[in-house]
Design a protein around this ligand. Structure first.
Ligand SMILES: *[C@@H]1O[C@H](CO)[C@@H](O)[C@H](O)[C@H]1NC(C)=O
Length: 168
């Protein structure tokens, strides 16, 4: 016989596992090079100095595929969810820009969402996203001093960083 409390612990754990398996990633993602992003690549942005989750910024900034901003600061990206419903939401609720790309988002400025994804998707697929960098921002990170780091958080509280390169 299982006790009631054991059963409720199992149910609680199952709930946590299901919740933790709900993810969405924004690509090109910091640190994911030469392959498709998978569920395990998804991060949980966690505050001004951990906006890229556990992904190392110095190790990946210059080797990651950068998204290119057009002269108006517009950047096209893709969001892919691995689970349906709000936990796998493809809607961005926060997009902030670290213009020095050091990973300190204390002074980060918000990007504008021009095209956002679905809040409560019933499917598992990819959707285009489009953002506009803050007016007048100067991306100055990386070896070529032309990179910003953008941290995204979804309505499901997942996300990751994307390297954005400003055209000259
Ligand atoms: C972003 O996508 C829009 C719509 O498809 C397109 O018109 C625009 O040229 C793209 N911009 C960039 C910077 O890729």
């Amino acid at each position: 016989m299982f006790s009631k409390s054991l059963i409720s612990s199992v149910v609680l754990c199952l709930g946590l596992v299901l919740q933790a398996s709900a993810h969405a990633i924004i690509t090109p993602a910091l640190g994911i090079v030469g392959r498709d992003a998978i569920r395990a690549d998804v991060q949980r942005p966690a505050g001004p100095t951990a906006e890229c989750g556990t992904m190392s910024i110095p190790d990946n900034l210059d080797t990651s595929t950068a998204a290119i901003a057009d002269p108006n600061g517009i950047v096209n990206l893709t969001i892919t969810n691995f689970n349906s419903d709000v936990d796998g939401s493809r809607m961005i609720v926060e997009a902030i820009v670290d213009n020095m790309a050091t990973g300190n988002f204390d002074q980060a400025q918000a990007a504008t969402m021009l095209v956002n994804g679905e809040f409560n998707p019933t499917d598992v697929t990819s959707q285009p996203l489009s953002i506009q960098l803050p007016a007048g921002i100067q991306c100055a990170g990386g070896a070529a001093a032309n990179k910003c780091l953008v941290s995204f958080i979804t309505a499901g509280d997942f996300g990751n960083c994307v390297v954005v390169e400003q055209s000259a």
